[in-house]
Design a protein around this ligand. Structure first.
Ligand SMILES: C[S@@+](CC[C@H](N)C(=O)[O-])C[C@H]1O[C@@H](n2cnc3c(N)ncnc32)[C@H](O)[C@@H]1O
Length: 282
């Protein structure tokens, strides 16, 4: 895989990109990561990349010319088609399903904003996927881009030392991770759960699964709701009954849950609250 990042601050990103798992993945040839200074693509004599907003208002806006020219020039550096990702608080919120989808791409091009953001025509012309790190505003796209790159690279085969590690973590199965313990067996008066010391792998697996489900139910019930998949649409049946036991394709909630979909869930059932699904699947 190849990842390019267009930024005004490549020097901020480099130390993180070259350390730990990301650094090792590059050394092992699993991923190539290149950062590009946006100013290098400005045709302005002073390498200007931003200007005042039309209509007035505070701040500066990133201009079309440097960003558009940079994207086209960077894309020409490699024949693989790049999936363009533009970091913005107005994008779809990034999650583990997004990381898995991006990890399947041959090439990513991440475009980091700064100041007041991008001239809207950049988005119209490049048609990138707009990606947000969450409902808050950062100074620039670099931290968000690093989060995306990190989450993607650790999913690439061979990037993690232990091949199974990524599969057992939070969100991989729309569940949070189970609680982990290491030595010593007793610390601060607290003991490691006996079952983990039993050597019975089947029982340990069952305990961990139950812990993960309970923890998810308590902390992130929305994740369990997400497991019903993208195509679950509640609609009253033809008798007008308020029975929410099946989707409009006639599939039961239980069987839809069993599909274990990791895709983004726009499920209106979620609006019925976690208790509705918990009751049905109990
Ligand atoms: C100060 S922000 C601009 C915010 C913009 N005026 C708005 O309100 O939507 C500058 C840049 O930081 C990045 N950024 C800020 N918050 C972000 C977030 N939550 N997710 C991803 N990128 C973000 C974007 O690249 C953005 O262009």
């Amino acid at each position: 895989m190849r990842i390019d990042v267009l930024t005004l601050f490549p020097e901020l990103m480099q130390p993180y990109l070259s350390a730990s798992i990301l650094g090792r993945a590059q050394q092992a040839g699993i991923v190539e990561i290149h950062t590009h200074q946006l100013r290098d693509y400005s045709t302005d004599a002073h390498k200007k990349v931003d200007d005042r907003p039309f209509g007035g208002g505070p701040g500066m806006v990133l201009m079309c010319q440097p960003v558009i020219d940079a994207v086209y020039a960077i894309e020409k550096l490699d024949p693989r088609p790049a999936l363009r990702l533009l970091l913005t608080p107005q994008g779809r919120v990034f999650n583990q399903a997004g990381a898995a989808r991006y990890a399947a791409a041959e090439r990513l091009l991440l475009i980091c904003g700064h100041y007041e953001g991008f001239d809207e025509r950049i988005i119209e012309l490049l048609q990138p996927e707009e990606v947000s790190l969450g409902d808050f505003v950062l100074t620039g796209g670099e931290v968000a881009a690093l989060a995306v790159v990190d989450a993607v690279v650790r999913l690439l085969p061979g990037a993690l030392g232990h091949e199974e590690a990524a599969g057992l973590e939070s969100f991989q199965n729309n569940l949070l991770d189970y609680p982990q313990y290491t030595r010593p067996r007793v610390f601060g008066g607290l003991s490691v759960p006996e079952i983990l010391l039993s050597g019975n792998h089947a029982q340990v697996d069952a305990w961990r699964r139950a812990q993960a489900e309970e923890r998810t139910r308590q902390r992130r019930p929305d994740l369990l709701e997400g497991r019903c998949g993208t195509d679950f649409r509640y609609s009253p049946d033809k008798n007008g009954s308020d029975d929410r036991s099946h989707c409009n394709e006639g599939r039961s909630i239980e069987s839809t849950l069993a599909l274990n979909c990791i895709d983004y869930c726009a499920c209106p059932m979620a609006q019925a609250g976690p208790s509705a699904i918990a009751k049905r699947s109990a």
